[in-house]
Design a protein around this ligand. Structure first.
Ligand code: ATP
Ligand code: MG
Ligand code: MG
Length: 553
């Protein structure tokens, strides 16, 4: 078996191990903010964070980055845990950044006392104006050099709810002329009094900002490698600066960054996804068109398909956008070797085998998966009247049409070779029945079946088949990058044909046993999964992907 080459993060981790850093201890964390459901981009981070821990005998903790009470909710906490486990990972411990509110507060007080933080009473706009630009130094706040005691007293007042929201912040006192904008007295705390926190209620009136909370949380927990996405690369010096003020030994978590996943024809910002859900533009977070993990699951992506995709895209230092057809390609590749082949007719027209005995029935052997001998077979009933796809018959067919047309032979998959003899039409000219005769010598497995015919079509027995609803999903947006359009709101760019619902499809009776999220290949059509709302008397299938692959390297 070929060993996969290391990604650059693994290479850096191995370097740290060789140098004996942290006594060979490896500890990572996955730090979602519980303000939405996880999406395929998060899966990329999860595979990295948990993957590193697994590969190097370390541990990975789940830490909810719950420092903004305005947007967070326990609903999301539960869903996030479910999705991580679905991907096949288990955290060692569950932590919450809110567990560190006291420690963070104490550390902030230390920084104030050291003269490294101060309370600023300016408005957010005024502070923003003073920031300067990368080439122009910022302006110092008039509150920057206020006495330590004043800042301490005000910080206390802020947290007692005695200061109105939005009127004061605590800032680190670093360097308003730094070439790194994040060093220009970054905000450490803001006041939030009008929203209870989902875990601490109204106990706190000040909440730490990401930059202040994240690194310290890593430090408190003993994280060795804090892996995140590239946009945090410019935050890294600040991450290190805060920890340097706090650390009491050589130990310091190491932040490393990789490229964020972006995919064409979708949006992955939680704010935008929330809008789609709240405005009813999709059926929910788990709508099969959503890039969320619960949506992809409902769409029929298996965890293996997601892993296959993440392996294909890899980890780099370059931002880009991945073609969604690669995700679809990864699903096909995985489902090809795992999905059971079945027969389903989406647009049925009746085929009558005129020389087949009226009351006769026989069972045909269907190969479950030609890629997987162990998968075995199942049986499907055959009888005089079958359903076939409407477009598998043409009365006046062009030369290269190798399906049902009068005078031409075609093979009925896993059954007989039949000769088409004609059809019946209604007043509008619509075909209502197709006729054929069968050759008993050509039953699948008999020597007569060796005869060469150009086309093979699928079928189900009309007497035995089950009707089903089939939902054909397509891309949610009609443009490659819906977030890029400057003139149009992303909601105006939704694909109007992203869902087609077909009623009265006919599927083979064996599918009565299918349970939600089972994967199937509808032969000649595509990969489908059983929707969670499906019931034995009302089967519902979701199309994961069609068979046709548009991925080109
Ligand atoms: P949003 O900006 O939509 O709120 P986020 O990045 O703030 O998303 P978090 O819940 O904070 O979402 O993310 C948790 C972890 O997942 C972070 O380490 C983040 O870097 C990573 N992550 C989020 N989105 C992606 C993505 N598209 N590709 C790779 N990793 C991602
Ligand atoms: Mg966020
Ligand atoms: Mg975040």
């Amino acid at each position: 078996q070929a060993t996969k080459s290391l990604n650059f993060i693994e290479a850096l981790v191995e370097e740290d191990l060789r140098e004996g850093k942290n006594d060979g201890r490896i500890q990572t964390r996955f730090p979602p903010e519980p303000n939405g459901y996880l999406h395929i981009g998060h899966a990329k981070a999860i595979c990295m964070d948990f993957g590193i821990a697994r590969k190097y005998n370390g541990i990975c903790n789940l830490r909810f980055d719950d420092t903004n009470p305005v947007k967070e909710d326990v609903e999301y906490v539960d869903a996030i845990m479910e999705d991580i486990q679905w991907l096949g990972y288990q955290w060692k411990n569950v932590y919450y950044a809110s567990d560190y509110f006291q420690q963070l507060w104490d550390f902030a007080v230390v920084l104030i006392k050291k003269g490294l933080a101060y309370v600023d009473e300016q408005s957010a706009e005024a502070i923003a104006k003073q920031k300067g630009s990368p080439t122009v130094p910022g302006t110092e706040s008039p509150f920057r050099n206020r006495p330590v005691e004043e800042s301490l007293a005000l910080f206390e007042k802020m947290n007692r709810g005695e200061i109105p929201q939005g009127t004061m912040v605590l800032r680190a006192k670093i360097d308003m002329a730094s070439s790194n904008m994040h060093f220009r007295d970054p905000i450490m705390y803001r006041i939030i009094t009008d929203h209870p926190h989902h875990r601490t209620g109204y106990a706190w009136k000040v909440y730490p900002m990401y930059d202040f909370a994240h690194g310290q949380s890593d430090y408190f927990e003993g994280v060795t490698h804090s892996i995140c996405t590239l946009e945090f690369e410019v935050h890294r010096p600040l991450y290190d600066w805060f920890i340097d003020q706090l650390k009491t030994s050589d130990y310091r978590p190491r932040q490393m960054e990789f490229n964020r996943l972006n995919i064409t024809y979708t949006v992955m910002s939680k704010r935008k996804m929330l809008q789609l859900v709240q405005e009813g533009l999709v059926a929910g977070w788990d709508d099969p068109r959503m890039p969320t993990l619960c949506g992809l699951r409902r769409r029929g992506f298996s965890p293996e398909a997601i892993h296959n995709f993440i392996d294909k895209i890899g980890y780099t230092k370059y931002e880009g956008i991945i073609d969604v057809s690669l995700l679809e390609h990864a699903a096909r590749e995985t489902l090809n070797v795992s999905a059971t082949r079945v027969s389903a007719v989406l647009d049925p027209v009746k085929l009558v085998i005129t020389n087949y005995p009226d009351d006769q029935e026989e069972m045909m052997e269907m190969v479950n998966n030609p890629e997987l001998e162990l998968a075995g077979i199942h049986e499907a009933p055959f009888s005089k009247e079958l359903w076939i796809e409407r477009d598998d018959f043409m009365e006046n067919a062009p030369k290269k049409y190798f399906r049902m047309t009068p005078g031409q032979e075609v093979r009925l998959k896993a059954a007989y070779i039949v000769m088409c003899t004609g059809c019946k039409k209604d007043e509008t000219g619509k075909v209502t029945e197709v006729y054929a005769t069968y050759d008993p010598e050509t039953r699948s497995g008999l020597p007569g079946s060796e005869r060469k015919v150009k086309g093979t079509i699928h079928w189900v027995s009309a007497k035995h088949s089950l009707s089903a609803e089939v939902r054909l999903y397509d891309r949610l947006f009609s443009v490659e990058n819906p977030s890029e359009d400057k003139d149009k709101d992303f909601r105006e760019l939704l694909n109007p044909d992203s869902l087609k619902v077909l009623q009265n499809c006919q599927v083979e009776p064996w599918l009565a046993m299918a349970t939600p999220l089972d994967h199937f290949q509808f032969q000649r059509i595509g990969y489908f999964t059983v929707d969670p709302d499906s019931a034995p008397d009302k089967l519902i299938f979701n199309r994961t992907v069609s068979l046709k692959d548009s991925w080109t390297k």
